[in-house]
Design a protein around this ligand. Structure first.
Ligand SMILES: [Zn+2]
Length: 262
């Protein structure tokens, strides 16, 4: 209670009343923190420039007991990611990872690993040179997020009986959360994934974002890892991500443009 200070990332921002904004931050010690930034929509507000989405800095806020909305004292930007991101693909991917992190976090939920995961993902998004880099960062983030939330897909052995799964094509149970041997594949809605696709997903969690960008996946591995990871996430979050749908559209457009240019 009282004045609190923590590192913070701006993950949501929307207009409130005539001149205010409601800003949601992700913090290591307090989870999500929503504040009212009074007057921040006025043209000359000093605060408004610092409160761009994806900016990372030090937040000082006054915590109101038993309230969802707190008062912001100051936000000192250390990494102005939101100001530096100008490519619309990069902005879309930054939104995607921020929304996923925000959906998993709760108010007053201390979770430093989640904060640092989002922070390094945003730094990687800023450094990305191509849409392929951005896609690799998204897959790596999804895999790490599942592991962090305790939902790392079990892909080396059958979830039902523990038998080694080493088929060329592995059935992955979406609700059950992992691979199923041929004897147990009927137990769940399954997605068929090739052995190299399984290997790619298993490897992603242990990679840094830089290594994920540098790793060369085949086209099939890219498609399969995306299907598997986004289906797992949608299942855990109990709804399809709006941001994921946006990314789908965006990627379809890029593929179309590439096909036309050929
Ligand atoms: Zn089995």
């Amino acid at each position: 209670m009282g004045v609190e200070k923590d590192s913070a990332i701006v993950v949501r921002s929307f207009a409130f009343k005539e001149a205010d904004r409601i800003i949601t931050f992700l913090t290591p010690s307090f989870g999500k923190v929503a504040v009212v930034a009074k007057g921040s929509r006025k043209a000359r507000s000093r605060l408004s420039a610092s409160l761009e989405l994806f900016n990372i800095g030090e937040l000082v806020f006054f915590e109101k007991p038993n309230r969802d909305l707190h008062n912001i004292n100051s936000f000192d930007v250390a990494e102005p990611i939101g100001v530096l991101l100008r490519d619309h693909f990069a902005v879309a991917y930054a939104s995607y990872v921020s929304q996923l992190a925000s959906d998993i976090s709760l108010e007053n939920d201390e979770n430093p690993p989640l904060f640092y995961l989002l922070r390094s993902a945003l730094v990687a998004v800023l450094a990305a040179g191509t849409v392929a880099d951005l896609r690799a960062i998204a897959r790596c983030f999804e895999a790490k997020l599942l592991t962090l939330s305790g939902y790392r897909p079990r892909l080396d052995t059958c979830v039902a009986c523990g038998a080694q799964v080493d088929e060329e094509e592995v059935a992955v149970g979406v609700s059950i959360g992992g691979a199923l041997c041929p004897d147990h594949a009927h137990q769940d809605r399954t997605l068929m994934v090739s052995a190299p696709g399984i290997a790619a997903v298993r490897g992603l969690t242990g990679l840094t974002f830089e290594a994920a960008v540098a790793a060369r996946m085949t086209r099939r591995q890219k498609v399969e890892s995306k299907h598997l990871l986004t289906m797992f996430l949608a299942e855990r979050l109990e709804r399809r991500q709006r941001a994921a749908e946006y990314i789908d559209d965006l990627e379809a457009n890029v593929d179309e443009m590439a096909a036309l240019a050929r």
